[in-house]
Design a protein around this ligand. Structure first.
Ligand code: MG
Ligand code: MG
Length: 258
């Protein structure tokens, strides 16, 4: 059985995901050539703790940091380090928190300074594929309807969909059932009940869909070394229209004003 959350629980999950959304906007203010991913991680951890929450990723299966920072060909699960961002890089910043026992999990891929037009197109299509997936997160649809929508949008831009990593349910654990693949067929998979809260998180590659894990035991990279993008929302399934619990609105405001 899939967990359907009460309205009260959905409001708690909205608070958790709002805090992650605000944390990512705080990170947006600092994304620039020369900053290290470790510094971004320290900023995020302080911000989260100052708001009475705990970083959800730190210690999760032994992960050492608050953020996953995945640069260029790194798809997800990059570990913050002394690496200094460079003009033309892209960086996926994935962040999770626990607040009042409920989890938030949201991700955004940032451009560092000016980036190649083709890389910008990858970011635009990945974000748009997330929005297409969200449209399908309505009660009575199936997981495959979300998967199909994400895949169709991403592939329409000439990009490829990572298979090995998927979205997930979220609630009182970071990862709950069901899995939400970013590829699939309409009308297949579990039916979505009203109140189910899921993370939809397309990971979209410019080149091959094939992945490799780095020797650090965490970082997943594209096997051809070409860039990859990643955007994630937590979404409550509802009648007629999905209730998106994360928001990029604060990030967009920061990016617009710089
Ligand atoms: Mg995430
Ligand atoms: Mg996630």
């Amino acid at each position: 059985m899939l967990n359907s959350r009460t309205n009260e629980e959905i409001e708690l999950l909205r608070k958790s995901n709002m805090l992650v959304s605000l944390t990512l906007a705080e990170i947006a203010r600092h994304i620039a050539p020369g900053i290290t991913t470790l510094k971004l991680d320290a900023i995020a951890e302080s911000f989260i703790r100052d708001h009475g929450a705990v970083p959800a990723f730190k210690g999760y299966n032994g992960f050492p940091a608050t953020l996953c920072t995945s640069v260029n060909e790194e798809i997800v699960h990059g570990i913050p380090s002394a690496y200094e961002l460079r003009e033309g890089d892209i960086i996926s910043v994935d962040c999770g928190v626990v607040l009042n026992g409920y989890y938030g999990d949201t991700a955004f891929t940032f451009a560092v300074g000016n980036i190649d037009d083709r890389v910008q197109k990858l970011l635009d299509y990945t974000r748009a594929s997330l929005e297409e997936g969200v449209k399908e997160a309505v009660a009575g649809n199936r997981v495959g309807d979300i998967s199909f929508a994400v895949q169709s949008k991403a592939e329409s831009g000439g990009f490829s969909v990572v298979r090995e990593l998927v979205g997930h349910g979220i609630g009182v654990k970071l990862h709950e059932a069901p899995e939400i693949p970013n590829f699939g067929k309409r009308g297949t998979g579990p039916k979505l009940p009203k109140g189910l809260v899921i993370c939809i998180e397309p990971m979209i590659n410019m080149g091959t869909k094939e992945t490799v894990q780095k020797s650090d035991g965490w970082t997943i990279v594209t096997s051809d070394g070409m860039p990859s993008a990643h955007f994630e929302y937590a979404v409550a399934v509802d009648n007629g229209k999905a209730d998106v619990l994360s928001t990029f609105r604060f990030i967009d405001e920061v990016l617009k004003n710089r």
